[in-house]
Design a protein around this ligand. Structure first.
Ligand code: MG
Length: 326
């Protein structure tokens, strides 16, 4: 079945679209009430984030726009020390979209939400003229403990920088699909709740966290440096990159430091807890290649000690030049 403008009419075909695809993929007591808004429990500080997903292709090695929409949103909540609880999902569907593809994406979204521990409590579908494209907007809500205060401004001289794994897979996977390059690079798209919650439950003194998405590690560290008025020093040889992604970057002249991931994060932690934190991340799902990659100093900007023993300034990503990776 192809989606037609009638599926966006708000009438019978819209109900059919919701029943046959979205309700089948995702059913829970709050959503099934089909009320105008979700009323949910909550009695603490909350974290809220929203994100729109326009990736092409819609399905790629290691994930799809549905799993990506959940991971991107959940990870942003986690980075402030929140426990993700609720998510909304709004689909903008171009007429001509394949219903089978939409079914797969909705199922993948539901499965990832389950893994991430979030309930989809509200949703919307709109059908517009177009050429079969699918776009998703998600808003996430998480609960934050009263004493938790994790933010970039908290980075300070002496802190240790931990990277949760290898750089660049998501970006390289999307670029490979779009350019028709054959390789085995898979997107690292993943919810990072286990590693974050394991660190928080162990009482690790986390000052800041950020997931590495568009702009890459270089951009994240520059943002941290600017906001905290500290310097960030990293060592090239400590930064994990798979040989396959490294090869891919070399051929295309890309820098892994500016490649986007969707299942990797930076944690800036107090020096006393650094070794413990990296062990915790390594033992968590999606964190087996975690590494300490550098330290925070009283200087400024981001500097990298190269493999050859030189030093170079790491800039944030300038310009775009990158495809729709998320
Ligand atoms: Mg983020």
């Amino acid at each position: 079945m192809k989606i037609t403008m009638a599926h966006g009419s708000g009438g019978r075909q819209t109900a059919q679209l919701i029943d046959e695809i979205f309700k089948k993929a995702n059913s829970n007591p709050v959503l099934d009430m089909m009320e105008d808004s979700a009323v949910v429990a909550g009695d603490t500080k909350i974290a809220i984030t929203t994100d729109s997903f326009v990736v092409t292709p819609l399905i790629f090695k290691g994930g799809d726009i549905g799993s990506l929409a959940v991971c991107g949103t959940v990870n942003d909540l986690l980075m402030r020390g929140a426990v993700p609880k609720y998510i909304t999902s709004a689909y903008i569907i171009e007429e001509g979209a394949d219903a089978e593809l939409l079914t797969k994406i909705a199922a993948s979204m539901a499965e990832t939400a389950k893994e991430a521990g979030v309930t989809v409590v509200a949703g919307d579908t709109k059908v517009i003229e177009g050429n079969g494209g699918i776009y998703i907007n998600t808003t996430g809500v998480g609960f934050v403990n009263e004493n938790t205060d994790i933010k970039s401004a908290n980075c300070k001289n002496g802190d240790v920088i931990i990277l949760s794994g290898t750089l660049g897979e998501h970006h390289a996977a999307i670029l490979s699909e779009r350019m028709g390059v054959k390789n085995n690079i898979q997107s690292d798209c993943a919810p990072l709740g286990e590693m974050v919650q394991n660190m928080m439950n162990t009482g690790i003194e986390i000052h800041a966290m950020r997931d590495i998405t568009r702009g890459g590690l270089g951009t994240v560290l520059n943002e941290f440096a600017n906001v905290s008025n500290c310097g960030f020093e990293i060592a090239e040889e400590k930064i994990p990159v798979t040989p396959e992604v490294e090869g891919f970057c070399k051929i295309l002249g890309l820098d892994p430091l500016h490649m986007g991931n969707e299942g990797k994060m930076i944690a800036v932690v107090a020096e006393k807890d650094a070794e413990k934190a990296v062990q915790i991340i390594r033992k968590s799902k999606y964190g087996e290649n975690a590494a300490i990659i550098g330290t925070v100093t009283d200087g400024e900007g981001v500097t990298m000690l190269t493999r050859l023993g030189g030093r170079r300034t790491v800039t944030e990503l300038y310009g775009e030049g990158l495809p729709r990776i998320c």
